[in-house]
Design a protein around this ligand. Structure first.
Ligand SMILES: [Zn+2]
Length: 200
């Protein structure tokens, strides 16, 4: 079998780690990259390098940041008494755009899905407990997960685990379509779900 030059094969293999990218798609991406003017190709490579060099996790909430702490943890106007737990950093701008929330966040790093290896040990459950023990100004915990199977399982698990912390525990109001992803919820619906949140 004829093989492509090694750099093509190596990058293709790396790209298959991205969601929804199989070997054929990966190869198509590599050939598209090769068609870019050389300078643009090098710039793209630099941008990827920059991700590794400059983006890190905020040690307080695990949101991505370029600084020591993320903008939200650094903002003295954010209410330190409310903590919203989300699946990924991507959910934060989705919620921020609604303007319905002014507390802080905690990024769990996924949802429970034991078949895929997403167990409580892999998620940031222990760091979350640690944060709750250390920051006793937190009065309310909002569970803001997508209302799909894994999101619901995660919220049920957290509700049980967090009972011992005797904080007010809320979740987004119904209205978000069951099975839908937070990512695709429209701004108004999500804002209403936040304002109408109730005990979990
Ligand atoms: Zn932060």
């Amino acid at each position: 079998m004829r093989r492509f030059p090694e750099p093509i094969q190596n990058l293709s293999a790396a790209l298959t780690k991205l969601p929804g990218v199989g070997p054929k798609t990966a190869l198509r991406y590599v050939f598209s990259l090769l068609q870019l003017p050389k300078e643009e190709l090098m710039q793209t490579a630099d941008l990827i390098r920059e991700l590794g060099e400059k983006v890190r996790l905020c040690p307080k909430c695990f949101n991505y940041t370029q600084n020591e702490f993320c903008d939200i943890c650094n903002d003295p106007k954010r209410d330190p008494a409310i903590l919203c737990i989300v699946e990924t950093s991507r959910d934060i701008p989705t919620i921020e755009v609604t303007g319905a929330y002014n507390g802080r966040y905690f990024v769990l790093g996924g949802v429970l899905n034991p078949i895929e290896g997403m167990t409580p040990e892999v998620l940031r459950v222990q760091p979350l407990f640690k944060k709750l023990r250390e920051e006793n100004q937190i009065q309310e915990i909002v569970l803001a997960f997508s209302p799909d199977v894994h999101g619901e399982t995660t919220m049920m698990y957290l509700t049980k685990q967090l009972l011992g912390f005797s904080k007010r525990l809320t979740r987004l109001a119904r209205g978000l379509q069951a099975g839908a992803s937070l990512e695709f919820a429209d701004e108004i619906t999500l804002g209403e779900a936040f304002r109408g949140r109730k005990e979990s």
